[in-house]
Ligand binder design. Sequence first.
Ligand SMILES: Nc1ncnc2c1ncn2[C@@H]1O[C@H](COP(=O)(O)OP(=O)(O)OP(=O)(O)O)[C@@H](O)[C@H]1O
Length: 264
Amino acid sequence: MDPPASPLSELDARSISAWFGDHQVLLDVSLTMPAGQVTALIGPSGCGKSTFLRILNRMHELVPSAALAGEVLLDGDDIYDAGHRLIDARKNIGMVFQKPNPFPAMSIYDNVIAGLKLTGKRAARDEKDHLVETSLQSAGLWKEVKDRLRAPGGGLSGGQQQRLCIARSLAIKPKVLLMDEPCSALDPTSTRVIEETMGELQKELTIVIVTHNMQQAQRVSQQCAFFLASQGQPGHIVEHGDTDAMFDSPIDPRTYDYVNGRFG
Ligand SMILES: Nc1ncnc2c1ncn2[C@@H]1O[C@H](COP(=O)(O)OP(=O)(O)OP(=O)(O)O)[C@@H](O)[C@H]1O
């Protein structure tokens, strides 16, 4: 595996508030997502976890009615600064979605390098071959597909498709990988493979995952943040910190109830 191009990166969200039209969905959310760690975002449906995640790589602004306040610092640099291009935020901060979304008719090989084409980067053939191999290895898929790289991505199983999407994100060499419920459409075996892959990936990059699965949050993350939007109020963080402490000895009784499955 190639060594990381740069030291691992920290993502720091400061005083994030977000709206869809008049509807405020996040209020003053601050969270540091440490370099080389997995941070899990947990909380009941509708409390703004996915919105927060989309703010972290400037996808929120694609929604016409969306607005936001606050800063997202990648290694101390605000990705929303006027001098920064949207494309740079997307390159540095990759995203994997709930439903695997490879280009189904495109080959496995071309799926992996699809992001390169989008960013306009040119690469020689052997450079692409190397990138495809290392990205698929990092995503834990290489052994399963190395003899059928020209087969369509849509022919893979759901779990393999999700790992293909991870490989596609990795090929752009992001510093941070955002994962929005990446295993919710997968069976337990595929879920376990993705979780193991995350453990390897965090040696190379910083990961933020939204999950509804408390066991998964405990298995994969070192940091955890509990979001809540109580009684029509905007979503906010009730408590965050070390994952073991959040599950074993949470400070707020609402965190205790949530991680023990008592509501939400
Ligand atoms: N594109 C949108 N337009 C308008 N409102 C939206 C949009 N996306 C999300 N919302 C609203 O923002 C709030 C937060 O939604 P969000 O999807 O971020 O929550 P979540 O915690 O990720 O929920 P879930 O766990 O169900 O995915 C909800 O009230 C939702 O209805």
